[in-house]
Design a binder for this molecule. Structure first.
Ligand code: F6R
Length: 364
């Protein structure tokens, strides 16, 4: 059932290229995005004034990445919120807004409650859901199914990756319908998305290098993931993958926030992982990494081919293939999934069933 892999998590990591391409192909028709199955009409998409993305855990991190992509491409204001916060704060929702609930299981108690709360307020809802026929899928006005297939490992990998693709498709379509991008840009973005599965495969093929580095980190007490913009969203997910299965205390920080507190925790040998996929933010984050280094941090850099001067600062560098910076999360997350996995294996932990966690959180 693990198809020759030692753990479901590794099997599911390897299933990502196919899962991502299945999700993408489900909304592609003749080289264009077609959301008729999802049920969003162009008329509706033109009128939406505001998007609220509500989710928990990794699905929330998808929302964090999507916020940058949707706002930048489609110029619609996006607010991302944890479902457990949203539902209790008596939210003020624009009646012309759209609430997007992201959930693999479709059964997460807080996400389901947030959906019900939104519906009661009469606002349009869309679920990005993996489990077909689940509560959120049944109750949302519209559903965008991710086609990741069953995910067994508690730590999500392929569901997360397919959720990301779904949000990119929405962002590109919103951008086109609302006249924010040219026909040429539209086709360009879609073509770039179609290259993502192969690029993910290439990163996975290089997994032994991550394994080697991860094994050396097995005794780390703390890990700090830092980045700006989309790289901050990637850091959030990298940090969660690390802590949930390897039990190393880890935190994600917006790189510019380091000097407002966290840098006091950096001492000799503290592991800092800098995420640097965004060309316009690269130099800024490099200078934050230099600051960490001068306080003794042990640095890993995660960046795109071409950004070689990171090697002046980082002790270990991982390169990912080039893509449009909007979609970098889909590639940068892969080495971070592998890191969490291999640290967990090196420590002899139960990778697929980490302590205290359940696959589907149906209690509040
Ligand atoms: C982390 C993880 C969790 C889930 C969260 C939401 O690897 O899997 O953080 O992302 O519990 O679950 P769903 O997507 O089922 O609502």
């Amino acid at each position: 059932e693990k198809a020759g892999f030692e753990h479901f998590m590794m099997k599911e990591i390897h299933e990502q290229p196919k899962a991502v391409s299945d999700t993408l192909n489900s909304v592609l028709k003749n080289g264009a995005i077609d959301l008729s199955e999802v049920g969003l009409s162009e008329e509706e998409m033109k009128e939406i004034s505001q998007i609220y993305i509500v989710a928990c855990g990794s699905a929330y991190h998808v929302g964090m990445a999507a916020q940058y992509v949707i706002e930048d491409l489609a110029r619609i204001p996006v607010r991302v919120e944890l479902a457990s916060e949203f539902r209790y704060r008596n939210p003020i929702l624009d009646p012309k807004g759209l609430v997007i609930i992201i959930s693999q299981s479709g059964e997460t108690a807080d996400s389901l409650a947030a959906l019900r709360e939104s519906k009661e307020m009469g606002i349009k809802t869309l679920g990005i859901v993996n489990v077909i026929g689940s509560s959120i899928a049944r109750e949302a006005d519209n559903v965008f199914y991710t086609l990741a297939g069953p995910e067994i490992s508690v730590a999500t990998t392929k569901a997360y990756s397919t959720q990301l693709i779904a949000t990119y498709a929405l962002a590109i379509q919103f951008a086109k319908v609302r006249g924010q991008i040219t026909e040429e840009q539209y086709t360009g973005y879609i073509e770039e998305l179609q290259t993502i599965p192969d690029k993910i495969s290439k990163i996975i093929a290089d997994k032994e290098r991550i394994q080697w580095f991860a094994a050396k980190q097995a005794n780390a007490k703390d890990a700090f993931f830092v980045g700006r913009g989309i790289d901050y969203a990637i850091s959030l997910e990298g940090s969660l993958k690390m802590k949930e299965i390897s039990y190393i205390h880890s935190e994600a920080y917006a790189a510019g926030e380091l000097k407002h507190g966290t840098i006091s925790l950096i001492e000799d040998g503290t592991l800092v992982i800098g995420v640097l996929t965004q060309p316009d933010l690269y130099e800024k984050t490099v200078s934050n990494m230099v600051e960490c280094k001068s306080r003794g941090a042990y640095l890993m850099g995660l960046t795109t081919f071409g950004h070689y001067n990171i090697e002046d600062t980082a002790d270990f560098t991982v390169y990912i293939p080039k893509t449009d910076p909007h979609f970098a999360t889909s590639l940068a997350v892969i080495p971070l999934q592998l890191m969490g996995y291999y640290v967990s294996v090196a420590k002899g932990l139960d990778v697929d069933k980490p302590r205290n966690l359940a696959k589907s959180v149906t209690v509040e």
